[in-house]
Design a binder for this molecule. Structure first.
Ligand SMILES: Cc1cc2nc3c(=O)[nH]c(=O)nc-3n(C[C@H](O)[C@H](O)[C@H](O)COP(=O)(O)O)c2cc1C
Ligand code: SF4
Ligand code: SF4
Length: 295
């Protein structure tokens, strides 16, 4: 088989909630660049799948949600165009395990589109859902994950990776886990549990959570003075008054329970009821926001 990196350009499509997968994507990109490749990180929620570059190696990275692929990632993959043997690899991060429920489903989707699936890696990181770490401290778990992302990059370049699927198991598991994930989303809307909720007393109505939400599920509309006759000073005054009155943001039915709002909130006001306190984030809020801005 020809070396896939003859192409020299790699596009890493990533989705991340609390930041684990973004950190893994950055580590992978760092190593691939050290080995002389041109790497571009592309946020899945900001990209049109129809506009992928067929001359670049296609990498896709995402967290595991309910033993499966996050819905936003699945929809992205399902909308990819038909291609002619574009090399593809995947990396999913887990807090525990996906029970093999990720790579089989994605391989089927990508193979049907004509991608050549060359490598898959599952990376253990701290769990964002329950906010715990298996075995080590969160810091050493993240460090270990970066190291293993480097090793995966080396193996990809050396052509030593595989992407296998177990035929029947993959399909049955894919359907089951899709139901579980739909139930989690339904119950977060219907019963507000599990769901990230802003604590009214701590929330300063800064709007940062709404800015970073990947699906626009948080609305800060009540903070925006809309009267066209106001000048900028009027707007500032009204905004200040509204900020003392307005309710904290609340997620709507678009919420995919990714927990990015929890991770970036500077006041620890956005809380997820299933998780421990303080909420999990791999890096302090400011650093995390910067990484989301730059990539
Ligand atoms: C809604 C939801 C469901 C999750 N389901 C699983 C799971 O089934 N198995 C697992 O190992 N981790 C699960 N996790 C944990 C994340 O996959 C893991 O912490 C991941 O590294 C988070 O990556 P991120 O920070 O990029 O979002 C879940 C997290 C969320 C928010
Ligand atoms: S980021 Fe936190 S403090 Fe700011 S509006 Fe959202 S919940 Fe409130
Ligand atoms: S509101 Fe939902 S989709 Fe938006 S960042 Fe928070 S958890 Fe993610």
């Amino acid at each position: 088989m020809p070396n896939i990196f003859d192409r020299r350009v790699v596009h890493l499509y990533w989705f991340s909630g609390s930041g684990n997968t973004l950190i893994a994507a950055l580590a992978l990109a760092e190593r691939l660049r050290e080995r002389g490749l041109t790497v571009e990180l592309r946020a899945i929620e900001k990209r049109d799948p129809c506009e992928i570059d067929p001359d670049a190696v296609f990498g896709i990275l995402f967290p595991t949600h309910c033993f499966s692929i996050p819905e936003i990632v699945r929809q992205f993959a399902e909308r990819l165009p038909q291609v002619n043997r574009v090399p593809a690899f995947m990396l999913n991060t887990v807090g525990g395990t996906s029970c093999g429920g990720v790579r089989g489903i994605l391989k089927r989707i990508l193979s049907d589109k004509g991608f050549l699936c060359v490598g898959a890696k599952e990376l253990l990181m701290p769990d964002s859902f329950f906010s715990f770490t298996l075995g080590w401290s969160a810091e050493s778990c993240v460090l270990g994950a970066k190291r293993r992302a480097h090793i995966f990059a080396d193996k990809l370049i050396a052509g030593q990776t595989r992407w296998r699927r177990i035929p029947v198991f993959s399909d049955v598991w894919g359907t089951l886990t899709k139901w579980v994930y739909s139930w989690v989303r339904y119950s977060s809307v219907r019963y507000r549990y599990p769901k990230p909720v802003a604590k009214s007393k701590r929330c300063t109505r800064c709007g940062i959570c709404a800015k970073y939400c990947p699906v626009g599920a948080l609305s800060m509309a009540s903070l925006e003075p809309t009267n066209p006759e106001w000048d900028e000073n009027d707007r500032k005054n009204v905004r200040r008054k509204m900020q003392t009155l307005a309710l904290p943001p609340e997620s709507n039915s678009l919420c995919v329970v990714c927990l990015r709002c929890v991770a970036v909130c500077p006041q620890n006001a956005m809380l997820f009821r299933m998780a421990a306190r303080p909420p999990y984030r791999p890096e302090p809020q400011k650093e995390l926001q910067q990484k989301y801005n730059e990539n």
